[in-house]
Every structure is written in C-alpha cells, then in structure tokens.
Ligand binder design. Structure first.
Ligand code: CTP
Ligand code: MG
Length: 225
C-alpha cells in the first residue's frame, strides 16, 4: 500500500518547560523533531506530513529536508489540541495514500522496527494497529484521599505511537469524532472499528518532562546495543 506518516509536532511542551515548542528543542546535535523524522524516513513511506507549531513551519521544513527527500515532505500548521493537529495532517494527504501512520514527534527515538510491525499488522488485518507495552507498575483506582480498589494490570497496556490505520477508516473516524480523545486508536475505536496491538518498544517513550529529555540525551549520546 501507499503509506503516509503524519508526524504531530505542534505542541507547546508545557510539561517540558523549555523556551521553544517541544519538537524544536535540542536533543544532542539535532532537534527532537529531526531525530523523530530520521526514524520515520527509515520506513517505506510515500509521504511525510509534518504538523508544525504556528509560525515555526520553516524550521520544521529545514529539519525535514535534513532528514529525508524533499519530494516526500508536506508541512502544515497545527491546531490547539493534538486531535486538531492530526485533523490538519489528514487534510494534507495526497489522493493515492491508502494507509496512514500517526506518530508523536515527542517519541523521537522510536526504532524503525516498530513502524514495520505496525505497517505489517495493518496490511495483514485491515484493522488499526497500535504498539503497546505491558504496564509494570501496580495500578490503583483512587479518589482524592485513598485507594478505591486495585486494578489487574495484566488486562492493561500502555499505548505508544506510530498508530496505523486504513486511510478511509481514520478519515471517517475523525469526521465523526465529537469529543476529545487522547490518541488516534480511541478516535477509531469510538467509530466502531477494531484496533489491534503489536509489540511496542521502551525506546518509543514520549519525551514529556525534563527527566525524559535527559534520558533521551543519554540514549542519543551512547550507541544502542
Ligand atoms: N501535539 C500537536 N498539537 C497539539 C498538541 C500536541 O501536534 N496542539 C503533538 C506534540 O507536538 C507531541 C504529541 O502531540 O509530539 C504528543 O503531545 P504531548 O507529548 O502532550 O506534547 P505537548 O502537548 O507539546 O506537551 P504538553 O502536554 O506538556 O504541553
Ligand atoms: Mg499535550
């Protein structure tokens, strides 16, 4: 299939608390966005749509051109929420795209084989596919002051990106969505479609806090073995 990757990079990074929007913050020699795009371009993608912070579209394009071929790149301006940013990316897809992966720029160190597993699963099943990791902590349902009950973590998984879908299913689901969902799998599930899982990767963690950025810096600074 003809595959596009939408890289959402328009968030401000409130929890990171840097001067620049999070995707444009430095991580070793390059930005978070350029690291993310390096892995995106390793996948067999026909189009890469970068959803940039308003006013920083030119910086996003510079990063993209350093990471991959110009003729594959589209840059659009993001919205106020992640969901609006994804919708802006969907509106920029070329006519012949059949499968869409949506990826957080903030998951900058996601290895290429996670992209491969997601693409293979969408191909084999026609369902959506989401990389997941088992939950390692003991999870409690709580109220303001106390534990309400324990939750069986064997039934839980942590969802990562890239999340892949058939284009028609994803576009219809976004058109139908009338509340705010935290990921694309939730939007697609709400529209009544099945979403499968593939194995995630610890290196696909989302850079959210300063401690996450420090962890990413250490991973970039040393070869992964
Ligand atoms: N994102 C986006 N547009 C938004 C909000 C988020 O494109 N309006 C993107 C971010 O750039 C990021 C991904 O969605 O790559 C996941 O969001 P998150 O980690 O929450 O990033 P921010 O929203 O920027 O961070 P924070 O919530 O701390 O402000
Ligand atoms: Mg956010």
């Amino acid at each position: 299939p003809r595959i596009a990757v939408i890289v959402v990079a328009a968030g401000s990074g409130t929890r990171l608390g840097a001067e620049a929007p999070k995707a444009l913050v430095g991580l070793g020699r390059h930005t978070i966005l350029r690291h993310a795009l390096h892995n995106v371009f390793a996948a067999p993608t026909a189009q890469v749509v970068i959803v940039a912070p308003a006013g920083r579209e030119g910086d996003a394009l510079t990063d993209a051109e350093a990471a991959g071929p110009r003729e594959l790149i589209t840059v659009v301006t993001g919205g106020a929420t992640r969901q609006e940013s994804v919708a802006a990316g969907l509106a920029a897809l070329w006519a012949d795209i059949e499968v869409v992966l949506v990826h957080d720029a903030a998951r900058a160190l996601t290895p290429p084989d996670v992209f491969e597993r997601v693409i293979a699963a969408v191909d084999a099943t026609g369902w959506g596919a989401v990389p997941v990791l088992p939950v390692v902590d003991t999870i409690k349902r709580v109220d303001d002051t106390a534990i309400v009950e324990g939750v069986d973590r064997s039934e839980l998984a942590a969802a990562q990106t890239p999340q892949g879908f058939r284009r028609d299913i994803l576009v219809d689901a976004y058109r139908a969505a009338h509340e705010d969902y935290t990921d694309d799998a939730a939007v697609v599930a709400a529209s009544g479609h099945r979403v499968g899982t593939v194995e995630g990767d610890a290196r696909a963690f989302k850079i959210t806090t300063p401690a996450d950025l420090e962890r990413a810096r250490q991973l970039v600074g040393e070869p992964l073995r």
